[in-house]
Design a protein around this ligand. Structure first.
Ligand code: GRF
Length: 195
């Protein structure tokens, strides 16, 4: 059984998509062993309660620096024998402390076709730019924001004028692509077999 840790800061719809995918078999032989949240008001906490998950909620302001809270998280990941860390709307850059130990085992979901539209407002930025092909990227986490090696992408064309329609479609795609990609990585299948 592979053990996942999910890091989130907000709504947590991708976290819940992962839980549902474990229940319906899209993700095989895995469980969520830890949910890490950096914001005590995040709705993801309610979602994690529903699934009875161990949750580590922290306030970065309670620590002298990033190294200090990342060290605590690293200890938890080690103790729980975590195989894969999935960032799902986690609004912090992963620092050296976690990367040194877990590089290659931390992935992120980003709501654009990277390398276009990095950063926290990707959907709006792409929409305002006027692109006609939108998408989602799953990538490994590196020391540079939204820049690690790409694992999977999915896209769609949109010629309308409503940001909320684009957001809805992006989230639908995310909820499908993230579980599929996690299952692929856990199975260590060869690249050709991902589709
Ligand atoms: C998603 O759009 C994800 O791509 C981005 O943050 C958002 C998180 O949404 N990194 P949710 O909290 O999973 O609902």
């Amino acid at each position: 059984m592979k053990k996942l840790a999910i890091f989130a800061s907000g709504n947590g719809s991708n976290y819940e998509a992962i839980e549902k995918a474990i229940l319906n078999g899209t993700i095989q032989n895995a469980c969520v062993s830890l949910v890490v949240v950096d914001n005590q008001d995040a709705f993801v906490i309610e979602r994690a309660k529903k699934y009875n998950r161990t949750t580590f909620i922290f306030n970065p302001k309670d620590y002298p620096n990033k190294e200090a809270y990342e060290k605590e998280i690293e200890n938890l990941l080690f103790k729980l024998d975590i195989n894969l860390v999935c960032l799902a709307g986690y609004m912090r850059i992963i620092g050296k402390t976690l990367l040194d130990k877990y590089e290659g085992k931390i992935i992120n979901i980003h709501p654009s076709l990277l390398p276009s539209f990095k950063g926290a407002h990707a959907i709006k930025d792409a929409f305002m730019y006027g692109v006609k092909v939108f998408g989602v990227t799953i990538h490994y986490v590196s020391s540079e924001l939204d820049s690690g090696k790409i694992i999977s992408q999915a896209s769609f064309s949109y010629y309308g004028h409503k940001l909320d329609e684009v957001e809805k479609k992006i989230h639908e795609i995310e909820h499908e692509l993230y579980p599929k990609t996690i299952n692929y990585l856990l199975g260590e299948k060869d690249n050709e077999s991902f589709n």
